[in-house]
Design a protein around this ligand. Structure first.
Ligand code: AGP
Length: 594
């Protein structure tokens, strides 16, 4: 939620900040702004996208600056609510990610002391509070101010006449990019990939001082060293590479993502690594927590683990788990989070660890907060995912779950070997789905005419139906519901009819016959049906209006090929409707507030 950037060095800050903000827009894009400091602090901000701001902006001279792209929490998107925020004389400027929970109390207190507020944001209390304690030592005044702040924050602060940036974090990420006589700060690595691949991450309650020549970090008033990491992502990874949208590029990257993710766990011919064999874990009762698309991966993980290992699995939305009374009794807790920064997921990890559970995190971002607070990390290798809609990270999460589960499966060695062979063939199968792009695009153009769409599936493909609905509504703004196929008749039937099409995700497994029955029930209520089916499934083809064929695979792998089909459906429906596909309204890539 929200992206922040900072620069200090010997170059002009303005173009660098603008470039970094453009790369960071997926974190929030309802307004943006920058502040550049030389003899004075000059701020330029508005409720517009970065490109528009850049065109309207005067030249702001200075080699030190901060910038922000916003996803509103407190106060509507407007010029006055956009960041940076300043104290009244304009001596201190702040950009902030997170939420200040006690901002009302602080605001009242500061108002009584004569501070004048102009915005409706929680953030504005920060420059005023820092100003209140400022006596020429910016770092000390930030530390003093933050003692009074309750909530989450990643902040960058600059003050007139101070050749430094003060940075601080609690529950919201900050990465420092290290350069040669210059340094960069951002909430996310893709923002600074153009300039450096050497980074260090701040930990909770760190306060740092960044100058052109170095970084000093303190935690609880003691000097600390934060390890330098080398980022393997390239600038090209974070660019569109000729595709119209990041979402389409990321969908097309999925064969490679599968190869890279599996290849990262074991080269072909190497044995499947068993966590139990390393003495780390016995796969007993399992708890899997996640949000959004990652939660749908978790649900697929549940079907998979229960099917192959007969181990009971509980899945919960991380946001709900944080408020349930029950303490966790499971042996293995897995938290799935692409970004590794989702506030609800982080809170769940902290709660689990507080209860003495060991937590395995599946994440795509090396060095993310989740990766640093987990007991064990399983990385996916999707590369940077820029489009707000998660696609390749979802497929990579499925690969991690297959890899985690297969060694524990209670199936004979021959079947296991066959499954591993087929897992390694998935890039080719996914490519076959991508080769159907124009057929899927035609179906999507039909779907785009409707305002309500249902997705149905059963068993391991039920979560694919949920994901289909999420993807469609997120990028095309078509109202969509994902349902377990057997549940439609328990209520949603009332909505079926010729204006309510149904997308049925059909797998040739033990759910097949029941799915056929469900499709017939839907057809009897006159809803047009699009079915996603395995090649050569003539029986379903006869029943439905439109088909999307995907290659036949082992049923446990069917969510992979089916998911790629529903991603393309959503993408092309959104394109047909002229939606801003990579940056859907009201959304942001990583949700770092509760
Ligand atoms: C899906 O397209 C969304 N972007 C969203 O549901 C996302 O999956 C969710 O916010 C969880 O994010 P995470 O995996 O980074 O924790």
């Amino acid at each position: 939620m929200c992206g922040l950037v900072g620069y200090i060095g010997d170059k002009q800050a303005q173009p660098i900040l603008i470039n970094c903000l453009t790369r960071l827009e997926y974190r929030g894009y309802d307004s943006c702004g920058i502040a550049v400091s030389s003899n004075e602090i000059r701020v330029f901000k508005d409720a517009v996208r970065v490109k528009v701001l850049e065109k309207a902006m005067p030249r702001l001279s200075g080699t030190l600056g901060i910038g922000h792209t916003r996803w509103a929490t407190h106060g509507e998107p407007s010029q006055v609510n956009a960041h940076p925020h300043c104290d009244c004389p304009g001596r201190i400027a702040v950009v902030h990610n997170g939420v200040i929970n006690n901002f009302q109390t602080l605001r009242q207190k500061l108002t009584k002391k004569g501070h004048r507020f102009v915005s409706g944001t929680d953030t504005e209390v920060l420059p005023h509070l820092i100003e209140e304690y400022y006596d020429g030592n910016l770092e000390a005044s930030v530390a003093r101010a933050l003692k009074e702040v309750e909530g989450s924050y990643a902040i960058l602060v600059l003050a007139v006449g101070e050749p430094k940036l003060v940075i601080a974090r609690r529950d919201s990420p900050i990465v420092v990019g290290l350069g040669d006589r210059e340094n960069y700060i951002a909430s996310d690595v893709p923002a600074i990939l153009d300039y450096t691949s050497r980074v260090l991450y701040l930990e909770d309650d760190d306060i740092g001082v960044v100058t052109a020549s170095g970084v000093r970090v303190k935690n609880n008033s003691s000097e600390v060293r934060r390890k330098e990491h080398k980022i393997s992502w390239t600038v090209e990874d974070a660019q569109k590479g000729g595709y119209e949208h990041f979402m389409l590029k990321e969908i097309h990257e999925q064969p490679k993502v599968i190869r890279d993710t599996i290849g990262g766990y074991a080269a072909e011919g190497e044995p499947v690594v068993e966590l139990a064999a390393t003495g780390e874990y016995e796969l007993g009762d399992v708890l899997i927590l996640a949000c959004g698309t990652s939660y749908h991966a978790a649900l697929i993980g549940k079907y998979l683990i229960e099917e192959l290992t007969r181990t009971p699995v509980r899945t919960e939305l991380a946001s709900e788990f944080n408020y349930c009374g029950r303490t966790s009794a499971e042996n293995v807790s897995i938290v799935i989070t692409q970004s590794g920064e989702t506030a609800d997921a982080l809170k769940a990890i902290k709660r689990l660890r507080g209860e003495g559970c060991r937590v395995i995190v599946i994440t795509n971002v090396v060095g993310s907060t989740a990766s640093r607070i987990a007991d064990r990390v399983i990385y996916t290798r999707a590369g940077p995912e820029i489009s707000v809609a998660a696609t390749k990270s979802f497929i990579a999460q499925l690969m991690a779950l297959y890899w985690l589960t297969l060694p524990y499966s209670k199936i004979d060695t021959r079947r296991l070997d066959n499954l591993i062979t087929e897992l390694r063939q998935l890039p080719g199968k996914v490519q076959q789905v991508l080769d159907q792009e124009s057929v899927i695009a035609d179906c999507a153009r039909q779907l785009a005419k409707f305002d309500d769409v249902f997705f149905i599936g059963r068993g391991i493909n039920c979560p694919v139906a949920l994901e289909g609905a999420l993807k469609l509504k997120e990028v095309s703004y078509i109202h969509a519901e994902g349902y377990a196929a057997g549940e439609l008749k328990h209520g949603p039937f009332a909505l079926l009819g010729k204006d309510a099409p149904v997308v049925a995700v059909v797998a040739r497994d033990h759910t097949y016959e029941a799915m056929l029955t469900n499709i017939k029930e839907v057809k009897a209520r006159h809803s047009p049906v699009t079915a996603i089916i395995g090649e050569g499934d003539g029986e379903v083809e006869e029943l439905v209006d439109t088909i999307v064929t995907v290659p036949r695979v082992e049923p446990i792998f069917s969510p992979v090929v089916n998911a790629v089909a529903i991603q393309l459906l959503a993408y092309y429906a959104a394109r047909e409707r002229g939606c801003p596909i990579d940056f859907p309204r009201n959304l942001a890539k990583s949700v770092t507030v509760e």
